[in-house]
Design a protein around this ligand. Structure first.
Ligand SMILES: Cc1cc2nc3c(=O)[nH]c(=O)nc-3n(C[C@H](O)[C@H](O)[C@H](O)COP(=O)(O)OP(=O)(O)OC[C@H]3O[C@@H](n4cnc5c(N)ncnc54)[C@H](O)[C@@H]3O)c2cc1C
Ligand code: FES
Length: 507
């Protein structure tokens, strides 16, 4: 995903440019060897690092909205005045640069000193406990400290690894093209330096709601003033005889991913069970390792339920072009060593099997605590559960989505992070509504699919452009109203659709 580092872009901004040099309110240039984006917003000019702090996306190809710029790749948003990453998936700020105007010319020469924010109310509760070291849990802890919260933060995770960039585990990291350092969301030092008490391999057994305390796996208790439940989801296991063998894998954690990578070394053939996003991303990653891949799934078209038939056909042909063999309308009946027998009677050989058939939210803790449950943990628009002081975010949370008008639960990285951030603010005393438009992306070889909104059912898909030409935008409509859009290489249109949905305007 990261772009190659080339020679500095555009004009030397230290030598000055004129407003006539701008295109669409932006001008990409450089100061020394650093790429800098100059932005005109109304009568103001801003200068900010030109590449997103998430995966280095080119902000010059993004969208300026007021005094912010949104990244074309995965819709992070940066404040042009402060450089702060105000919307995930970016978490780290960008540098902002001083802009001088002299004699009708605009000059950029030096960075501005950034001051830490102090947004937390003075009387914020003292003990914040977060259960979950994933997207939502990490984003919450990071936001508390970013906002200047100085009380205790304890983050408990049943994972063996500190929070990781989970989407990478089915993409570049699994394919072998991402270095090890891309995987952790922060270095190990971050946690002690930020006074976040991260306890790994720690399972929570129960929540004592009346006493406001957690019961840990070792029987000890941990009191909280505010609690965030961010336990995520776990991969669905299939009751296939032979699925308990060591070469049959699920994929959720870094440990799962490393086990697949180990198994992939020397493997010649793999079976992926499930033609979901994760299953097909795994197929692409294994093809990059030159492993023969067979995908077995009961549906007739991959991803049809979420993306519709035309996009489903495209995704299938894209994978076939890369050598993936599909066995659709079929399932694996039994795995006996390296032989997998399908329901159709066909026998496939595989050194490695990955099951990617969806996930189930981890609700046990919330259920035992007596929290209101509705196919997920029910939260209000402040992400508060039915119990005072307890919040929920990420894959487990079902929230009132103002855009669809429904209570929805989604399994998207960016949604989990943004919910973690909103929950963090509300835990420390704010009353911030969670109203972000859902967004996810999926990557198959060199084709990214971006999706904005939420459409569980639609009565029309309007296709603009050419899906096979990899230049398209699909609008999923119900009764004429656009509920969601999926796009390939229409990044600005995707950002504009997100903005229109936020503003309740026509998409
Ligand atoms: C391989 C892979 C690729 C993905 N790619 C994409 C993508 O490209 N785009 C996208 O939008 N989404 C993607 N997703 C989905 C995305 O990662 C999830 O939606 C997101 O991680 C959800 O965040 P979360 O914080 O709710 O849960 P998680 O990130 O799963 O974190 C849950 C945490 O809770 C901990 N936990 C659970 N139970 C307990 C307990 N009882 N006690 C203590 N700790 C507990 C777990 O150990 C874990 O640390 C992908 C998921 C996977 C697995
Ligand atoms: S590269 Fe900018 S949001 Fe991912």
């Amino acid at each position: 995903m990261a772009e190659a580092q080339n020679a500095p872009a555009g004009p030397d901004l230290a030598l000055g440019v004129t407003p006539a040099d701008f295109k669409n309110g932006m001008l990409l240039g450089h100061v020394g060897d650093q790429d800098v984006l100059l932005v005109q917003s109304g009568s103001s000019f801003f200068a900010i690092d030109a590449h997103c702090s998430h995966y280095h996306g080119p902000l010059a190809d993004g969208l300026v909205v007021g005094e912010s710029v949104r990244c074309p790749w995965h819709h992070a948003c940066f404040d042009l005045r402060t450089g702060e990453a105000v919307r995930a998936p970016a978490l780290s700020p960008l540098s902002v640069w001083k802009v001088d105007q002299q004699g009708g010319r605009i000059f950029v020469r030096e960075k501005v000193d950034q001051k830490p924010a102090k947004r937390v109310p003075a009387q914020a509760p003292r003990r914040m406990v977060i259960v979950g070291g994933g997207a939502a849990g990490f984003a919450a802890a990071e936001m508390l400290r970013r906002d200047g919260y100085d009380g205790e933060i304890t983050m408990l995770s049943s994972d063996t690894a500190p929070p990781v960039d989970r989407p990478n585990l089915s993409k570049d990291y699994l394919a072998g093209s991402a270095p090890e350092e891309w995987v952790p969301l922060r270095s190990d030092d971050f946690y002690p330096e930020s006074r976040i008490d991260l306890r790994l391999s720690t399972s929570i057994e129960a929540i004592n709601v009346k006493a406001s305390e957690l019961v840990l796996g070792n029987g000890k208790t941990l009191p909280y003033d505010r609690l965030l439940l961010a336990t995520g989801a776990e991969p669905v296991k299939l009751p296939i005889p032979g699925a308990d063998q060591p070469h049959v894998h699920l994929l959720r954690s870094l440990a799962d991913c490393r086990a697949i990578i180990d198994n992939a070394k020397g493997a010649k053939r793999a079976i992926v069970i499930g033609a979901s996003f994760i299953g097909l991303e795994v197929a692409a990653a294994l093809r990059a390792r030159e492993i023969e891949v067979h995908v077995v799934a009961p549906e007739q078209r991959p991803m049809e339920r979420i993306l519709g038939p035309d996009m489903g056909d495209f995704v299938r042909s894209l994978h076939e072009e890369h050598g993936v063999v599909f066995h659709l309308g079929d399932t694996v009946a039994v795995i006996d060593g390296k032989k997998a027998t399908l329901k159709s009677g066909r026998v496939l050989e595989a050194d490695l099997v990955v099951i990617g058939v969806g996930v189930r939210p981890r609700l046990t803790l919330a259920e035992q605590a007596g929290l209101a449950i509705d196919r997920g943990v029910s939260v209000n628009n402040h992400l508060q559960t039915s119990a005072p002081g307890i919040f929920a975010a990420g894959d487990i949370a079902r929230w009132p989505d103002p855009h669809s008008g429904e209570n929805i639960r989604v399994e998207h990285w960016v949604v989990a992070q943004r919910q973690g951030q909103t929950a963090a603010r509300n835990m420390s005393g704010a009353r911030e509504a969670y109203d972000a438009v859902p967004f996810f992306w999926s990557q198959h070889y060199d084709v990214p699919i971006n999706y904005v909104g939420h459409a569980e059912a639609w009565d029309e898909i309007a296709i603009d452009g050419d899906i096979r030409g990899r230049d398209c935008m699909l609008r999923y409509k119900r009764k004429g109203r656009v509920l969601a859009v999926a796009s390939i290489y229409r990044d600005v249109d995707s950002l504009k659709a997100e903005l229109a949905m936020e503003r309740n305007e026509k998409v």
